[in-house]
Design a protein around this ligand. Structure first.
Ligand code: FES
Ligand SMILES: [Fe+2]
Length: 366
């Protein structure tokens, strides 16, 4: 087993630079194009997203007691909230009177008051108050709390498993530190299948050709380090300036600013750790050809100076490489029903994509 800490990754990169090689996988994967266009397949993927521990938001999105985030996950309105005891809980976001969602967006609350008739729930989900309660003779408030779903904080993320009592997520390194501030939260909808969009983040075979003037001048052609964590994975994109570490003793090597880590947290979350900022990208499938992208952007360090640097780097990436990626995935989506391909072929240099499809197939079969 190859080492996966920063020093081991730096060493693996330097060896690839020297040898002109990259990490590969043994298998070539042929993914049926029907798996990107079939409503039945999408329904199975959504069912998986409801029965699997899926990152819902960064822990930093719930910074204090009463902080909450409400959104749909795999088509189900959910509400995650940090309780008075500091623990994160999650609920189906539906009032127990007649189903109105009790919270929307994100914010900080002392209690959740349903906007329809003001049934009121504590941060722990207990039904605390019913206006004109005598209108509901025999109502047992103790059995009419918000319906909980399993939530757990790990690696700097809040995971929700809608249908199980435990999370059972992959063993990942700590990805986000608690002192990293979130400075932007955005949402947009893309006319792209969620998997087509996801695949573009986790292979470096395209860097030279898709990003000739944005990323490639700083990076390499097809030189990546791949690591697998259960169903999840991480791809490392080194910058050419990492070569200066060859002169630094291995145990003293610091990789900050010298590479980008991209985590794929199975099934539908990508976390890109760039030099100054980190993006948590959640892909919510809406239809076979439509995806909601929820983005949390965090500075890599606290403080004003770190924030300014993070924003500058984010502008560069967002205005160059990210647009180039969007153009190719949109192009794929437009040709997907053309009949040209029965399968898409992922080669040995697209190892994290191969891993993703192999794991997704296995998870759907389980
Ligand atoms: S639906 Fe919530 S109080 Fe009536
Ligand atoms: Fe790209």
């Amino acid at each position: 087993m190859k080492g996966t800490n920063d020093q081991a990754v730096a060493q693996r990169v330097l060896e690839h630079v020297q040898a002109g090689t990259t990490d590969t996988v043994d298998e070539v994967w042929r993914e049926p194009v029907a798996n990107y266009t079939s409503a039945t397949r999408l329904a199975a993927e959504l069912a998986l997203l409801r029965s699997y521990p899926v990152p819902f938001c960064p822990s930093a999105a719930l910074p204090e007691k009463g902080s909450y985030v409400a959104r749909e996950a795999a088509g189900v309105p959910l509400l995650a909230v940090r309780g008075a005891d500091g623990k994160v809980r999650a609920f189906r976001n539906a009032c127990r009177h007649r189903g109105t969602q009790v919270a929307s967006g994100a914010g900080c609350a002392k209690a959740f008051v349903c906007p329809y008739h003001a049934w009121t729930y504590t941060l722990e989900g207990k039904l605390r108050h019913v206006p004109h309660e005598e209108g509901f003779p025999g109502l047992d408030k103790s059995t009419h709390g918000l319906v909980p779903v399993h939530a757990e904080e790990c690696f700097g993320l809040v995971f929700i498993n809608q249908e199980a009592k435990t999370s059972g997520m992959d063993e990942l390194p700590v990805i986000l530190r608690p002192d990293q501030p979130i400075y932007a939260t955005t949402e947009r909808e893309l006319n792209v299948n969620w998997k087509v969009f996801l695949e573009g983040f986790i292979e470096g075979y395209h860097i030279r050709f898709t990003h000739p003037e944005s990323f490639y001048p700083y990076g390499y052609d097809n030189l990546n380090v791949l690591d697998f964590y259960g169903r999840s994975s991480r791809i490392t994109y080194p910058f050419r300036r990492i070569e200066k570490l060859a002169k630094v003793a291995p145990e003293k090597r610091r990789v900050e600013g010298l590479l980008t880590y991209v985590y794929h947290v199975f099934p539908n979350v990508i976390i890109t750790i760039l030099s100054r900022h980190t993006n948590v990208i959640i892909l919510e499938p809406l239809a076979v050809d439509r995806t909601r992208q929820i983005n949390y952007t965090l500075a890599n360090d606290p403080g004003e100076a770190a924030l300014a640097e993070a924003k500058r780097d984010q502008d560069f990436v967002g205005n160059t490489g990210a647009l180039e990626d969007l153009a190719v995935v949109t192009s794929i989506q437009k040709s997907i029903n053309s009949g040209a391909n029965d399968v898409f072929t992922f080669g040995k240099y697209e190892g994290c994509v191969v891993h993703f499809h192999r794991q997704l197939d296995a998870a759907l079969r389980a």
